[in-house]
Design a protein around this ligand. Structure first.
Ligand SMILES: [Zn+2]
Length: 363
């Protein structure tokens, strides 16, 4: 497989894993609501989210594919108010979540948590007004305030360059498609164009309340602990821990598949995962993928990370440029834990990141 094709395959696999890739949406159920209050990028048909109730009043909000939403959100319905964890990839997606929460509860959203600064978790913040407290790590606020969520290799691959390229690709496919395939492609195109419109309406809104170590909220009978357990997927990951419900919301610190490494701190990440393991819980609501029980995935991802870092470090020592090294790194030993791994080669972003760490340039 050529490196270009390999790169494309990796990108597509990552897009799918990240829930960014629009699958053909189910046909119209409720019709296309016309509402002047809708922000750009909120046009969709049917439902944008499925709400899986994992404990009384605690929901994992997973995208249906009808709208590009980026990450999973979580919704915690308290005695008098609602907390939303992560605001998805655009004001339109965040608006859709808030609208669909109305079917769960009439209580208002009063708290929003950003698990970290990435665009697919924090670019919906702007829809929340001054009556809502947006909470995040101090590092998350600094990154968002500096504009870092709208530039860099990840944003470029998925949005700045990647999204217009995908739209052009879909248009070319539609013009060559058979009538039978055309409708599904047309739906994908409409979802991608909606996402582009949403990304253009972005006004980055950093958290309005920050912390560096931990912050506890008690809302009615519910205790919500916000914990920074150390650097991992970013320098400011927040885990939301509900001790009574025995569940954690992990953002991208631990996901169902392999997490994005391109902004990570791979030397610290395993120790941070050990601090996660030390919490007393059963269920994990990850930022991408399906919720899962138990702590086996901690073992699996630590093993993956250590191997990734070891291979990248050896190639760095040998003077191999990051892009070439990415093609050589072979993670197939982890294929039993991560079935998406079918061939050698990794997304170069993670290798570039390990190089930055080794050269003292990781921030
Ligand atoms: Zn992330």
């Amino acid at each position: 497989m050529s490196s270009l094709r390999r790169h494309r395959r990796l990108v597509l696999a990552f897009l799918a894993a990240a829930g960014v890739m629009a699958v053909a949406a189910s046909p119209a159920v409720h019709g296309r609501a016309q509402d002047a209050a809708r922000p750009a990028g909120s046009t969709y048909t049917g439902k944008a989210f499925t709400f899986n109730e994992v404990a009384p009043g605690v929901f994992h909000a997973v995208g249906t594919g009808a709208l590009a939403v980026g990450c999973n959100a979580s919704v915690i319905v308290n005695a008098d108010d609602v907390m939303v964890v992560d605001t998805n990839l655009s004001p339109g997606a965040a608006w859709a979540l808030r609208e669909e929460i109305k079917a769960l509860t009439p209580k208002p959203v009063r708290y929003v948590v950003n698990t970290h600064w990435h665009w697919d978790h924090a670019h919906g913040n702007q829809i929340y007004g001054p009556d809502v407290t947006v909470i995040g790590h101090e590092y998350t606020r600094a990154k968002l305030a500096a504009g870092d969520s709208t530039r860099g290799r990840s944003y470029d691959m998925f949005i700045t360059t990647g999204l217009p390229a995908r739209i052009a690709d879909l248009k070319a496919k539609i013009s060559a498609a058979t009538p039978a395939d055309r409708a599904a492609l047309q739906t994908q195109l409409s979802i991608a164009e909606t996402q582009l419109a949403g990304s253009r309406a972005l006004a980055v809104a950093p958290p309005t309340l920050t912390f560096t170590d931990h912050l506890t909220l008690v809302r009615g009978g519910r205790e919500i602990r916000l914990l920074h357990l150390g650097r991992a997927h970013t320098g400011g990951d927040v885990v939301v821990f509900l001790p009574k419900e025995r569940l954690v919301i992990t953002g991208d610190l631990l996901v169902e598949g392999t997490s994005y490494i391109g902004d990570g701190f791979t030397a610290d990440w395993p120790a941070t995962l050990e601090r996660l393991r030390a919490l007393d819980y059963d269920v994990t609501l990850p930022g991408h993928g399906t919720a899962f029980r138990g702590k086996t995935k901690i073992d699996q991802f630590e093993s993956y990370l250590r191997d990734f870092r070891r291979q990248a470090e050896a190639l760095h020592k040998a003077g191999v440029p990051a892009q070439d090294a990415a093609a050589k790194i072979d993670m197939r030993a982890h294929a039993a834990d991560y079935p998406a791994i079918t061939a050698p080669g990794v997304l170069w972003h993670g290798v570039a990141r390990v190089y930055e760490e080794l050269e003292g340039r990781a921030q």
